[in-house]
Design a protein around this ligand. Sequence first.
Ligand SMILES: [Zn+2]
Ligand SMILES: [Zn+2]
Length: 154
Amino acid sequence: MKELDKRICSVCGKEYQLTEKQKKEIMEEAKYKTENFILTCPLCHSLDFVNPLEMLGLSTKKKSEIVDNRLFCCPVEGCIGFVEEDEDIKGLYGCSECGTEWKSINAIYRDIEKIISKYPYREEVYKKSGNAFKSVPFDKIPKGYYSKVQKEDV
Ligand SMILES: [Zn+2]
Ligand SMILES: [Zn+2]
């Protein structure tokens, strides 16, 4: 097992020292085989998405084998999750963070339209093309996007 010590923030790219509390949380999450966990970077105060198993060198999957099913940032107010297509049912989409389900891609587009008209800054993560939307690459999501979403009053 790797020793937990420092972490390079996925948002600002700077190295920060993990606190004892964060180390404990990561160990705890790894016990439950959690692959997604959120730390807060003390340098840029952004949410830093980490994989506890990988941080501890316990991940059994190689990077290339991890399928990224994420399609969009979740268009639900106050939600920092992602819309993913159901692994078993094609054409069914959901966000595991808030539990919303969409039965078609058009239903997602409609919710994206709605959230952008309510919160215009949300446009930074969705690119419109015709009647459809595409996500910006997930590593290009602007700094501060998630904290703005968290401040939306639900
Ligand atoms: Zn940072
Ligand atoms: Zn959601």
